[in-house]
Design a protein around this ligand. Sequence first.
Ligand code: ATP
Length: 139
Amino acid sequence: MRQFIVVGLGRFGTSVATTLANKEHDVLAIDIDEEKVQEISNQVTHAVQADATSEETLQKLGVDEFDIAIVAIGSNIHGNILATLVLKELGVSHVVVKAQDNLHGKLLSKVGADKVVYPERDMGARVANNLVSANVLDY
Ligand code: ATP
């Protein structure tokens, strides 16, 4: 069992957090919005309302104890980048971050993101590939 932090509980972050929790992993879910925290609270190990750009707050939450963090903050690019930086500064060894586009992704790599993901782009490609695969068109 591994310990994960999921920051940002939009559709993507919630899906990541609940999938990990369903696989019996320890998940600390963080969002600045209390309502999002309430919604997920009975599905993950811990759910906390906090601003993930605050180094002091994340330190108090003991994020350095966790193996992997997923930053799933979306439209707040400033928050997304700062949270990534803070998690790396505090010593989380593997930080995975959701990016909006290539330039954003490059910047995330420069501030220390270990892996950058593009969920909308990748899922679009996957759906398209599935559509042109023989099985789908042979109905
Ligand atoms: P999705 O497509 O996954 O639904 P999104 O890309 O539209 O999400 P947002 O809804 O903008 O992304 O952000 C995801 C979550 O991140 C929101 O619930 C928001 O409250 C949270 N969030 C934004 N800034 C911070 C922050 N500084 N600290 C913690 N959580 C934050």
